[in-house]
Design a protein around this ligand. Structure first.
Ligand code: NAD
Ligand code: 89Y
Length: 343
């Protein structure tokens, strides 16, 4: 019998990856699923053999019988569902973006803390194999102390066909994708203190911004640039690769196309490929993201078993989400925003 029983809310586009990830973990069984769309409930229930199916999260929690809940709905429902989990004292994972506003996100952290339940944000990009490889080089000291960095995601991939809601929101790329890039910047360079941002909308068919250029000051002295675009047409489409450049006081690191990692230091120059594995259920080009889903879910179970806070806990993710808010504020005002004003 599985040691951890889970429930999942939101059986849409991305949840299928999460269901695969859970199925691969020997200690875990998803015993109940919920979606207010009966068609999605049937598709996912049949594909993964889940008998307990609910149209209402309230009813699912009332029946209970699970040790954690995985919330895979879009942002508008996150606060209500996390607060519902807190009322039932059920540990919860919540997809990014954390919430519609920073005030909502803070209220969700407070609700989880008051209920004494762990809350993790499904911030999976820092769990991508190439990003973990970059972090390992930094930790090894090979390039010394970093003083400058760039986290870059530029693509022309059609994300709107799979996720049509992305074309409709007033906010687009920073809230949806830049949030991952900003979290990677925190993961590699430490927490940020100031943000300066500029945004553009190039695609006239969408409501929000599809290009953002952000300049961050980090606590340890690193200056970084985080730039994201879904309006960039390249000869070879890199979706969903994140490129990273880091200059340190001993050398440099470059993570480029096709997961090529170059590390240069006084000891020499090494080149390697740090590609993600293609899990049996995964498909290109999404496999990089899909593998990181499996890795963050394993991390959740390990920390749940150990009674320890996950790395991307709600408390931690407030600092990533504050960067999102700061970027929109900075772009709107044309000014630099201090994170201290927000947190
Ligand atoms: P989707 O619209 O395809 O699926 C969401 C599902 O949730 C729908 O089937 C909807 O009916 C259901 N739902 C919404 N509110 C509900 C409620 N209160 N009760 C029950 N069911 C409810 O959306 P998606 O593309 O799967 O995205 C879901 C989330 O995943 C978003 O927040 C998105 O940003 C995130 N996402 C994350 C990654 C990643 O790499 N971490 C990638 C893609 C999407
Ligand atoms: O929703 C986004 C995410 O989190 O990763 C990529 C994506 O699916 C489209 O930008």
């Amino acid at each position: 019998m599985a040691r951890f029983k889970g429930a999942l809310i939101g059986c849409g586009f991305f949840a299928v990856n999460q269901m695969h990830g859970w199925r691969d973990l020997a200690d875990v069984e998803i015993v109940a699923i919920c979606d207010r769309d009966p068609e999605r409930l049937k598709i996912v229930g049949d594909q993964f053999g889940v008998a307990r199916r609910y149209a209402s999260a309230d009813e699912m929690f009332s029946d209970g019988g699970f040790d954690f809940v995985d919330i895979a709905t879009t942002v508008g429902s996150h606060r209500a569902l996390v607060e519902l989990a807190a009322r039932h004292k059920v540990p919860a994972i919540c997809q990014k973006p954390f919430a519609p506003t920073l005030a909502d996100a803070k209220a969700m952290v407070a609700a989880a803390e008051a209920a004494g339940i762990p809350l993790m944000i499904h911030e999976n990009f820092r769990w991508q194999t190439p990003i973990l490889a970059v972090r390992q080089v930094l930790d090894s000291g090979a390039i010394g102390a970093p003083f400058w960095g760039r986290v870059s995601f530029r693509s022309g991939f059609d994300v709107f066909s799979g996720q049509p809601y992305l074309a409709k929101g007033k906010r687009f790329i920073i809230e949806d994708l830049g949030i991952h890039s900003l979290d990677i910047a925190r993961f590699l360079f430490g927490d940020a203190t100031r943000m300066t941002a500029r945004t553009r909308r190039i695609n006239p068919a969408i409501a929000g911004e599809d290009v953002a250029t952000m300049l961050l000051d980090h606590e340890g002295g690193v200056t970084s640039i985080v730039d994201v675009s879904y309006a960039t047409r390249l000869p070879e489409e890199p979706f969903p690769e994140t490129f990273v450049e880091i200059d340190g006081d001993r050398g440099t690191l470059r993570l480029g196309k096709d997961y090529r990692l170059t590390v240069h230091s006084p000891d020499g120059t090494t080149q390697s490929t740090v590609a993600p594995s293609l899990l049996p259920w995964a498909s290109r080009p999404w496999h990089n993201i899909q593998e990181s889903v499996a890795l963050i879910q394993r991390h959740w179970i390990e920390r749940l078993a150990a009674g320890r806070e996950p790395d991307t806990s709600g408390r931690d993710n407030l600092k990533t989400f504050a960067l999102v808010e700061a970027a929109y504020l900075s772009a709107e005002r044309g000014e630099t925003v201090s994170l201290g004003e927000l947190l």
